[in-house]
Design a binder for this molecule. Structure first.
Ligand SMILES: Cc1cc2nc3c(=O)[nH]c(=O)nc-3n(C[C@H](O)[C@H](O)[C@H](O)COP(=O)(O)O)c2cc1C
Length: 438
């Protein structure tokens, strides 16, 4: 089985839904980082079951325990093992399903592949495994937050009802984690209706990553969009991932889809913040399609392990709509991908010829300086016109002295050599007088 994920910040998750615990081993955490267990617990509490009528009533506490890698509140640089005990399993509910394949679940495929399976609650392929990802993702999220990178996810659509407004304050206030209060109410009614029918419903979750610097992602096989799509598709119940316009691009013209640029940057974001598999610095915009929960009360036809036709109705405790619970998981997976890409990018920058890179940077800064001087000349010329209209003289010695004094003050505040600024502004003011005279 493929149980590990990541390259520089590596995680390995373990555990089954009805075993003693689920957990994660994280390798690649820098030594000496503040380790705040509360950050991890907060994220786990968001994913925790039993929070509303819209999710499974399995009342797990999901209290995380740290087994290794942390000493006196700091990371040691050794593998961190986080354990989340399973305390509220109801394995008896699965006794009747020991020999039956539940429609929509992985039981049949798992048995064909391994020849053995833990039939209780989906075993390793249960949503429960994702608690371990959320715990590891919380650490990645914290490191990303230090770089001001923020990841936000919410329910965008359920049963054809779409969130029109995106009020981030609203997300954690309603059980669907929908950013539009009115849409949330209507979605909730629909979910409860399907639940009362012994059925379930799917939905779309949107994930946004903000303040991601340009340059993350490694073409050609670790393109950022490829990594994000793989990470999100590895979550149970996720059936499609769209980046930017996603499938909509198939219906667009180049002139509609291209993100044109001007001096302020990109004018639109159809690409979803990634071009050529590399982040552009724009918001990364992702959508995932979440399938309707497989475990439903309605009677369905299936087979048992001996190939006999059966009918099942799944009791037990299930999420009638998985969207609100998948949100912290999706955020965690995107955080893991971005943090890993950030670490790889830092290594690349260290290896790249530093002089070349810095020279490129200084070219950019000088261009901006000249651009600003051009803008200053334009303003000077306007001042010249005004003075001519008002019949005021061009040279104003008092004003020039004040201006120079102010610039000296700013230079001191910003720690720039005052003599340099004096010499620069002597020339700038001289040029300004010439422009005003014209
Ligand atoms: C957080 C989370 C909670 C889930 N809860 C349930 C559930 O209560 N009942 C259920 O049938 N499936 C649930 N699933 C989905 C199953 O894990 C998943 O559909 C199943 O393993 C089959 O895999 P596949 O849908 O990716 O093919 C959940 C998934 C996640 C990520």
């Amino acid at each position: 089985m493929a149980n590990s994920f990541g390259d520089r910040f590596k995680i390995l998750t373990f555990g089954e839904s009805h075993g003693k615990a689920v957990g994660v081993v994280i390798d690649g955490v820098k030594p000496g980082l503040e380790f705040d267990i509360e950050t991890i617990q907060t994220e786990l509490d968001r994913r925790r079951p039993g929070q509303s009528e819209l999710v499974t009533p399995r009342a797990e506490e999901d209290q995380v325990e740290v087994l290794s890698g942390v000493f006196q509140g700091k990371t040691l640089g050794t593998p961190i093992c986080l354990l989340i005990p399973n305390r509220h399993q109801d394995s008896e509910a699965y006794d009747a399903l020991r020999e039956v394949f539940r429609p929509g679940h992985a039981g049949y495929a798992v048995l064909k592949k391994y020849g053995i399976r833990d039939h209780r609650g989906g075993g390793r392929l249960s949503g429960r495994e994702t608690a371990a990802r959320v715990a590891a993702g919380a650490l990645a999220k914290r490191e990303l937050a230090k770089e001001k990178i923020q990841i936000i996810a919410y329910t965008k659509e359920v049963d054809g009802i779409t969130a029109q407004a995106v009020d981030l304050e609203e997300i954690e206030k309603n059980p669907l984690r929908c950013p539009d209060k009115d849409a949330a109410k209507r979605m909730e009614e629909r979910v409860l209706f399907y639940k009362s029918q012994g059925d379930s419903i799917g939905g779309i979750v949107e994930v946004l990553a903000r303040n991601v610097p340009p340059g993350l992602g490694d073409p050609v096989f670790k393109k950022l969009d490829a990594e994000i799509a793989g990470a999100l598709m590895s979550i149970g119940a996720v059936k499609a991932v769209e980046i930017g316009e996603g499938f909509q691009v198939a219906r667009m013209r180049g002139s509609e889809n291209n993100d044109q640029m001007n001096r302020h940057g990109f004018k639109t974001n159809h690409a979803g913040g990634i071009l050529g598999g590399i982040s552009t610095g724009q918001e990364i915009w992702i959508k995932i399609a979440v399938k309707p929960t497989s475990s439903i009360g309605k009677r369905q036809k299936t087979l048992d392990i001996f190939g006999r036709e059966k009918e099942v109705s799944i009791r037990g405790r299930h999420d009638p709509c998985i969207c609100p619970r998948i949100i912290p998981v999706a955020e965690a997976m995107v955080a893991l991908v971005l943090y890993d890409a950030l670490l790889r990018q830092r290594e690349l920058e260290e290896r790249t010829d530093t002089l070349e890179r810095l020279r490129g940077e200084i070219d950019g800064v000088d261009y901006q300086l000249i651009e600003l001087l051009a803008r200053r000349n334009e303003v000077s010329s306007e001042i010249g016109e005004y003075k001519r209209r008002m019949e005021r003289k061009i040279r104003d010695g008092k004003r020039e002295a004040e201006l120079m004094e102010k610039r000296m003050e700013w230079a001191t505040d910003l720690g720039v050599d005052c003599e340099l600024i004096r010499a620069l502004f002597y020339q700038v003011m001289k040029a300004s007088r010439e422009i005003q005279k014209r």
